[in-house]
Write a protein that binds this ligand. Structure first.
Ligand SMILES: Cc1ncc(COP(=O)(O)O)c(C=O)c1O
Length: 419
């Protein structure tokens, strides 16, 4: 019989196998200094384009003050226990009520972490006779929620309404046999490429098919819509989203998340969400901090305006210089270049070491072979000067990519990293 660890000694997994070349630099990099538009990486100043602090709240003095006061008042333990048992407070309820009002839903329920909250919400919404139909490019937390489902599931092609409709037809036939219902899941904004989910078109299909819609709006909340209520508000269909999800990990610059829906649905979820029933309640310092951040979202529209000023300058500047930024309809700004993985590594090294630009790099298998995706997250704390410096740097790296410099350098990069 094999040792359980035998496979681990042999195969580190699709990402783990790159550890010796990548760790500490391309993955698990250590960004130092206060969270802002400029931080330090390995002792060098860099403009940071890879932090989801959309509204620049992470290091806002008012936020830091409230966070510190809440930590002093409550510590990091309070309240102890799960919400249902001993972890419930007036402030948890107040935050839920204020979030409900902000996103235009009857009720919300807090989640300790977005990821496990999503997994658990998918799990709680369906029983084995139900059918899930979800976008093939969904975030891992949706996929893992679907994995728990004991019944049928279908994927539809990414943001492809024809494919969704085909799968809804299949799902409807199946549901008629099983006696179950249909849950459609999409994202408000797809975080890798920045396209919004086609919520308006999805909702229109409700006239023809009987399903409920669950939207993960991690990147839309706080950044899209007239009031910042997200992609549903932006597309005018917030009321048609049956269950809405957002995390505090992006615009709110914190930890925690919530789901929003009709009161009866939230009442059900609060008694059936295993991730909350069997886990410690969201700490009070995070609840107090979230109340402050939400208040700033509501009362400081300039935060979102500043964000979009930077987004527009970056995206239009990139386009004007002929960069391919795909079909983004959000702050997420992907830059697509052609090249191999070693070339991508040399290019990112050049960006960081010689131009002081820090952004995330995405390569195969997340995107097709031969493509390099530099994923940039503009925030309200960036300046137009940051954008200008970045555009100049991007033009320089494109020239070097095209004239084969990175092809030559990549051999040296691999050698320097011990390969
Ligand atoms: C689309 C999406 N859903 C869910 C999550 C998970 O949220 P959290 O970080 O609160 O666990 C993320 C990442 O933060 C995300 O990008």
């Amino acid at each position: 019989m094999k040792d359980l660890f035998a496979k681990i000694y042999k195969d580190k997994g699709p990402l783990g196998k790159w550890a010796s070349q990548a760790e500490g630099y391309f993955v698990f990099p250590k960004l130092e200094g206060e969270i802002s538009n400029r931080m330090k990486f390995q002792g060098k100043d860099v403009i940071t384009w890879s932090i989801n602090d959309y509204l620049g709240l992470a290091n806002h003095p008012e936020v830091r003050k409230v966070d510190a006061e809440a930590a002093a008042a409550y510590g990091s333990a309070y309240p102890m226990g799960a919400r249902m048992m001993s972890g419930h407070t007036d402030l948890h309820e107040q935050l839920q009520d204020e979030l409900a009002e902000f996103v235009g839903k009857e009720a919300t329920y807090l989640l300790n972490f977005g990821y496990q909250g999503m997994v658990s919400t998918v799990d709680a919404l369906v029983s084995k006779n139900d059918i899930i139909v979800y976008d093939v490019d969904s975030h891992a937390c949706i996929i893992d929620g679907v994995r728990l489902h004991m019944g049928k599931r279908f994927t539809f092609k990414h943001n492809d309404i024809e494919s969704l409709e085909k799968n809804l037809e299949r799902a409807t036939k199946m549901a008629e046999q099983t006696g179950g219902g249909i849950l459609v899941i999409s994202e408000g904004v797809f975080g890798m490429r920045g396209e919004q989910g086609k919520l308006k078109e999805i909702v229109a299909l409700k006239k023809k098919y009987n399903f409920r819609l669950f939207v993960d709006d991690a990147h839309g909340f706080g950044t899209l819509g007239a009031t910042g209520a997200g992609a549903g508000e932006e597309q005018g269909v917030q009321d048609e989203i049956d269950v809405y999800f957002a995390t505090f990990a992006k615009s709110m610059a914190s930890t925690g998340a919530f789901i929003a829906a009709d009161k009866e649905i939230i009442d059900y979820l609060k008694y059936n969400l295993r991730s909350q029933m069997f886990a410690k309640s969201l700490q009070m310092q995070l609840v107090v901090g979230a109340l402050k951040r939400l208040d700033m979202l509501r009362t400081m529209p300039e935060l979102k305006q500043n964000l979009w000023k930077i987004v527009d300058a970056l995206q239009s500047g990139l386009k004007a210089r002929g960069f391919e930024i795909g079909k983004t309809q959000s702050c997420v700004t992907p830059v697509y270049l052609k090249g191999s993985i070693p070339e991508a590594m040399a290019l990112v090294k050049d960006l960081r070491e010689n131009h002081g630009i820090f952004c995330s790099i995405v390569v195969y298998p997340v995107i097709p072979k031969g493509l390099i995706l530099l994923r940039m997250i503009p925030t309200a704390s960036h300046t137009l000067q940051d954008v200008e410096e970045t555009l100049v740097a991007f033009s320089a790296i494109r020239t070097r990519l095209e004239d084969g410099t990175y092809k030559r350098l990549s051999a040296a990069v691999m050698a320097a990293m011990g390969e």
